[in-house]
Design a protein around this ligand. Structure first.
Ligand SMILES: [Zn+2]
Length: 270
């Protein structure tokens, strides 16, 4: 069984959710986590999670807002109210950004500071409601590690992993409850650092994701739209890279996903 730990099947790219579920079943993908968003979506992740047993929802403050004139305190308060209201339908705070790749050249320090404030604000909500945290890091690994340590959070995942093996060591030295998500990027020919990390870190630390409709894995990279069913190909690559049996890899990664989201062993509905 496979768990797509990061998907956007509620986006406008997907017009027929039942068909996406059908594709998930064809490839043995039992669950997908959807990211709540109040923009650019055709359906609300929380509503889909309530309606279908295949989906779970996560919530966040959209990071592009960092670059606009928003009041961070107000945004945090809004998120807090949403989590309070929907706590039983939410499995994580998603995703907190440290992205120094897209910084505006005139405002580098100011924007870094805003990302930091958003990080600490959302971490407080995660602690308050006992939720794990998903962290996005790009060109920012030193600050990411520094602020994770300062915040004291232990249960988190580094999503869309694009760093190297050394970085995973630093993270694991700090927290035994940290995980790493591998996306379709691990299937790309040039992703040798990522493949190296995926082959060396303990199996108990690995999760797989699609980020559908983005990051379509090989052999479907030529297709524009990714879908949760294709988590199978990310998993296939991990199986190819590692020494354990195929069955052990699949079972352990599925169990890691349930553990990460604190989802109890679910009754079989399939
Ligand atoms: Zn995403």
């Amino acid at each position: 069984m496979i768990f797509d730990t990061h998907s956007h099947l509620h986006f406008k790219d997907f017009t027929d959710i039942e068909n996406e579920i059908k594709i998930m079943r064809e490839y043995g993908v039992k669950y997908a986590t959807l990211v709540w968003s109040d923009c650019d979506t055709s359906a609300d992740a929380i509503e889909l999670a309530k309606k279908y047993p295949h989906f779970f929802a996560t919530v966040w403050i959209h990071p592009t807002d960092v670059w606009e004139n928003i009041d961070i305190f107000t945004e945090i308060e809004k998120l807090d109210k949403l989590v309070e209201k929907e706590r039983e339908n939410i499995v994580a705070i998603w995703e907190i950004w440290f992205d120094y790749f897209h910084l505006n050249e005139d405002k580098i320090e100011e924007e870094k500071e805003k990302q930091k404030e958003l990080f600490f604000g959302q971490v407080e909500i995660a602690k308050k409601y006992n939720l794990p945290v998903i962290i996005h890091t790009r060109n920012a690994k030193d600050d990411t590690l520094k602020y994770i340590k300062e915040s004291g959070i232990k249960k988190f995942v580094i999503h869309c992993f694009t760093e190297n093996y050394e970085f995973t060591q630093d993270i694991m030295d700090y927290s035994p409850e940290a995980y790493f998500w591998f996306s379709g990027i691990v299937t790309f020919k040039k992703a040798s650092d990522i493949q190296d990390a995926a082959s060396k870190i303990p199996l108990s630390k690995i999760l797989v994701e699609t980020d559908a409709p983005y990051l379509t894995p090989e052999p479907f990279r030529w297709q524009k739209i990714n879908t949760s069913g294709y988590t199978k190909f990310v998993l296939e690559k991990i199986k190819e890279l590692r020494g354990e049996s195929r069955e052990e890899i699949e079972n352990q990664i599925f169990e890691n996903s349930l553990n990460f989201y604190w989802i109890p062993a679910l009754s079989s509905w399939a």
